[in-house]
Design a protein around this ligand. Structure first.
Ligand code: BTN
Length: 330
């Protein structure tokens, strides 16, 4: 959906109004359009689900806001420098990662965000599907152009994972746990997943797409029965519905800050925060290395490129770059 500056201005005026009313005259003055044109804009907002009353001699009043992560809604109060410079909201798309990647290839600038109400072919890690029903969750992708070599790209997974955790803690009060490489868990169940994709030359990243899916308000019956690991939503875990727009705003702000910190100060402080929420360190695990076999060992840490370090039975250390981790003993 193309962003409408008029829609954004109307929503902003409603948000700023102390008694919730904004007169038709004021709207037409601020927008510089006729009362009739204002009426049409109000009609479009109503079609999106905004409940707007028209009271003779007082004006319009916004009585209910739908829980839509619309670009115009997100921009109100969004305090970021890079992430979210340009926001694209799609009611339905195949995959926000695919759309953001296409924008990257077409030369779009750093900070573009694609966000969808529903994905018909949401992509998970290792060729899996990311279940993406409408109206309940957050599906978004951020395009970044970090001035870094391609081998540094996996580091951005830690940047986005920490941003997701901070947003979960800030909005819901829940304390998430990280599972290498890119899962976020609450009460032992997966609540968010991240999929980063890259376009690069031999020695430099052209762009990366940070894909983030967070189960915000999904109900138990919306999860497929055959999930690889148990999953939950913030609503199921915390007992309260989470506003998609408020969560998306918080997430974009955290990501913006962490991305700036990463470029200025490096990965170490972010990795330390990531590790503080990771309960794998010191545990005996089995890693299914994306089709190339099983490795068993004790997790000794994460190296600076984001690889999982495993102490093997023979005393050597293995660096694991991709795979699924299962705890086998403490
Ligand atoms: C995983 O397997 O854990 C990664 C899931 C990533 C899902 C998100 S939803 C938004 C973005 N668009 C996609 O197609 N995938 C990512």
């Amino acid at each position: 959906m193309t962003v409408s500056p008029a829609r954004e201005t109307i929503l902003r005026l409603f948000h700023q109004s102390p008694d919730g009313y904004v007169s038709g005259v004021r709207l037409s003055e601020v927008l510089g359009v006729s009362r009739n044109a204002v009426w049409k804009q109000i009609g479009q907002l109503r079609q999106l689900g905004y409940l707007i009353e028209a009271i003779p001699s007082r004006g319009y009043r916004l009585r209910e806001t739908p829980d839509l992560p619309l670009a115009e809604e997100l921009r109100i109060g969004l305090n970021t420098r890079v992430v979210g410079r340009d926001l694209h909201y799609l009611k339905e798309t195949d995959s926000t990662n695919r759309q953001a990647y296409a924008l990257g290839e077409a030369g779009a600038g750093e900070g573009v965000v694609v966000i969808a109400d529903r994905q018909t072919a949401g992509k998970g890690r290792m060729g899996r599907i990311w279940v993406s029903p409408p109206a309940v969750n957050l599906y978004l992708s951020v395009l970044l152009r970090p001035p870094l070599p391609p081998h540094a790209a996996p580091q951005l997974t830690f940047v986005s994972t920490v941003a997701v955790s901070r947003a979960i803690a800030a909005v819901s009060g829940l304390q998430p746990i990280h599972k290498w490489p890119n899962d976020v868990l609450v009460d032992g169940c997966k609540v968010a997943g991240l999929l980063n994709e890259m376009s690069a030359e031999v020695d430099r990243i052209r762009f990366v797409v940070l894909g983030i899916g967070v189960n915000l308000n999904m109900t138990a019956d919306q999860f497929p029965a055959d999930l690889r690991m148990p999953a939950t939503s913030l609503r199921l875990a915390g007992g309260v519905a989470v506003s998609r727009a408020a969560f998306a705003r918080e997430l974009l702000q955290q990501l913006d800050k962490l991305y700036a910190d990463y470029l200025n100060f490096g990965l170490a402080p972010i990795l330390a925060e990531w590790e503080s929420r990771c309960d794998l360190i010191g545990r005996q695990v089995e890693v299914d290395e994306a089709g190339s076999g099983l490795v068993r060992g004790r997790v000794s840490g994460i190296d600076r490129d984001g690889a999982l370090l495993l102490e093997l039975a023979d005393g050597s250390t293995a660096r694991i770059l991709a795979g699924d981790v299962k705890v086998v003993a403490t």
